[in-house]
Every structure is written in structure tokens, then in C-alpha cells.
Design a protein around this ligand. Structure first.
Ligand code: RBF
Length: 343
């Protein structure tokens, strides 16, 4: 029998011991947070809130720091960029947002089992490296739709006799198709089942000129209020509405944003900044049990709402605001109820 030199034996034992102490999938021991913005933060409130939420959590956590990576609009590059971020081994937590991200995080978690992810505005259950939170955007869509319904049926200066509402979207995606749009349609129908919805697709999240052209086409065909869901491209819809004397309803914009009250009628928001702040604080604080779980947050919990105190909403006729307030109150009481338990 060949004898193993004692030094080699000791080295093998030490390696085994180390492996036992630090399992290969133990999270990276770091309070640095990587923020992966799948797009560009500026011009997209949902991503601005993502960065702001992490900033607040990091500020409140001694020793924590953050690095923001904007992955840009080419979705084909996102996986490699996310993989590079995780593979750097620098981050104890990677935070990102949008419904396409859990799938990419799951691929990267296979490559780098020590990486951990928080994905807001998304749903994935059962991956031990990933915690997701989905917003009840049926409720958010309903609030936006109810106001659009009031506007197109005569509830604001600039409305015409046609009962036509427009939707200008960047692209189709699951939470739009299954939550935001059905909620929006439910809101329109709650005001008047005869209201028609016309949808146009920009094809990306940045082309404001194209979004403006699409909105112009809608306004020319009798639409008097448009909901744009196109990130930075929303700007084009706002300019064309201003030139055409028509209305826009927004998602995500807070009361503090200084819009022209002749253009913006209202905004239904999700509290992504607060949600991200709370979750990052918890995860940096060691709430490891969150990984592998998926949550839904909605109107009842205060994560979906409406900018009731925005000056542009307050500029609407009193009767319109009162009817809207009544719908909001009814929603709070569960009428209609929009249960979302999974996705
Ligand atoms: N929303 C934005 O405001 N800006 C974006 O750049 C953006 N990019 C997205 C990319 C993908 C692949 C998907 C699925 C969604 C994106 N969203 C974006 C939509 C976002 O998740 C959310 O649905 C909307 O902001 C409405 O709340």
C-alpha cells in the first residue's frame, strides 16, 4: 500500500473541513447591494423607486453600500450583465425589478449558487436564491381605468362625445396582459360598459417620437384619454396630448411630480420605493426565510394607491373627483374584489 504523506493528508482534511463550514451555496458574506436596473432609471418611475428604495435601506444599515448597474434597453444583453454582476462575488444581495427578471435570476443562481436576489414587480415561487414581490396591478389598473372612464364620459375639459380610451404600450408582457390591462378594462366598464379601448404598441421603452405618433393617431380617431405604459417613451404621449388638448392618465407618478393639470388627469401608483426599502432592510438584517418565497402586495396593504392629493388631480371638476373617491372607497371595501394569490 502506498503511504500518503502526512502534509498532503492534512491539506485534504483542511479542505474538507473548510467545505463543511462554508457550504458552496452560502450567500456571499457582504453588505454591498447590487442594483440591477433592466433598462434606464431616468424616465421610468418604477426603476427610480427601485434605486431610491435601496438607497434608503443602505443608508439605514450600518456598513452597507450599493452599486447601481443600468443594463440598458437591449434585453438580449441582460442575462450576461446580470451574470457578471453576480459572478463578481461582491454582493450579498442583488436587487432588481420587472416580471422578466426571475427567470434570468434563476439561470444566474444556477451558475453562482452563492448569489441572492430580491425581484420586485415579479413572481417566482420556490427558488431558494430568490425572493419576489408582485403588486396587485389588477387594482392599480382598475383605479386608472375608472378615472379614464370618468374622463371619456365627460368628466374633464377636453373630453369628446366618443367613448373611446387609448392604451399605448411598449410591449406585451405577462403582468400587463393578466393584471394591468384586465384591471383597466374593468375600471372602464364599471363607469360605462360601452367604452371602447384601443391599444397601440411602441416596440420599446424609449422611443418617445413613435409613442407620440401612436397617441396622435388615437386622438385623431376620437380617443380623448390615453394611458401610456412605455417608460421613457411616455414623454411623447404627454407632449402630443398637450398639443391636442387631450388627457393622459399615468401609472407610478407621485403627487410631487409637476405635471400640467390640463394634460395629466391622475396617477395610480405602486409603492415600489417603500416596498424595496423594507425588503432590503429585512434581507440585509438576515431575514433568510424570505428566499424561496413569493408575496403579493395590494391596495389593502397600502402598496397600490392613487395620487389623490396631486394638484393635477385636484384640478378636475369636483363631481368627477367625488365619483372617483366613491369608487376608491368601494374598492377598499372589496367592491369589486380583485384577489391575486399567485401568477
Ligand atoms: N417599465 C418602465 O417604466 N420602464 C421600463 O424600461 C420597463 N421595462 C420593462 C421591460 C420588461 C421586459 C418588462 C416585462 C417590463 C418592463 N417595464 C418597464 C414595466 C414594468 O415592469 C411595469 O409593468 C410598469 O412600469 C407598470 O407598472
Amino acid at each position: 500500500m502506498k503511504r500518503v504523506p502526512p502534509a498532503a493528508m492534512a491539506a485534504v482534511l483542511a479542505a474538507l473541513l473548510l467545505a463543511a463550514c462554508a457550504p458552496s451555496d452560502a450567500p456571499y458574506d457582504s453588505l454591498e447591494v447590487g442594483v440591477f436596473v433592466p433598462g434606464v432609471a431616468s424616465g421610468s418611475p418604477i426603476y427610480e423607486m427601485l434605486v431610491e428604495g435601496v438607497r434608503r435601506a443602505v443608508e439605514a444599515t450600518p456598513g452597507a453600500s450599493m452599486t447601481v448597474v443600468e443594463a440598458g434597453f437591449n434585453q438580449a444583453e441582460w442575462l450576461d450583465k446580470l451574470s457578471a454582476l453576480a459572478g463578481s462575488g461582491k454582493f450579498g444581495l442583488i436587487v432588481t425589478s420587472n416580471p422578466a427578471l426571475p427567470e434570468l435570476c434563476a439561470v444566474v443562481a444556477e451558475q453562482y449558487p452563492r448569489a441572492r436576489f430580491l425581484v420586485a414587480d415579479a413572481w417566482l415561487q420556490g427558488n431558494e436564491a430568490i425572493h419576489t414581490v408582485l403588486y396587485n396591478q389588477l387594482e392599480q389598473g382598475y383605479l386608472a381605468g375608472y378615472l379614464a372612464g370618468l374622463v371619456t364620459t365627460g368628466g374633464a375639459p377636453g373630453s369628446n362625445p366618443d367613448k373611446k380610451v387609448g392604451l399605448v404600450i411598449a410591449q406585451t408582457y405577462p403582468t400587463l396582459d393578466k393584471l394591468i390591462e384586465p384591471g383597466f378594462r374593468a375600471g372602464l366598464a364599471a363607469v360605462d360598459p360601452a367604452i371602447e379601448l384601443e391599444t397601440r404598441v411602441v416596440g420599446n421603452w424609449f422611443d418617445a417620437a413613435k409613442a407620440g405618433e401612436l397617441a396622435k393617431g388615437l386622438f385623431d380617431s376620437g380617443v380623448d384619454v390615453v394611458l401610456p405604459i412605455a417608460g421613457g417613451a411616455n414623454q411623447g404621449v404627454l407632449s402630443v396630448a398637450s398639443e391636442s388638448g387631450r388627457r393622459v392618465i399615468l401609472l407610478e407618478s407621485g403627487a410631487g411630480v409637476n405635471y400640467d393639470p390640463a394634460v395629466v388627469a391622475g396617477s395610480a401608483w405602486i409603492a415600489q420605493d417603500r416596498l424595496v426599502e423594507e425588503k432590503v432592510k429585512a434581507l440585509l438584517g438576515g431575514a433568510k426565510g424570505l428566499y424561496g418565497t413569493a408575496e403579493v402586495k395590494g391596495f389593502a396593504e397600502g402598496y397600490v394607491g392613487f395620487a389623490d392629493d396631486a394638484p393635477w388631480f385636484l384640478a378636475l371638476p369636483a363631481e368627477t373627483r367625488e365619483r372617483f373617491a366613491a369608487a376608491e372607497k368601494a374598492l377598499a371595501a372589496g367592491a369589486p374584489a380583485f384577489p391575486v394569490t399567485g401568477f
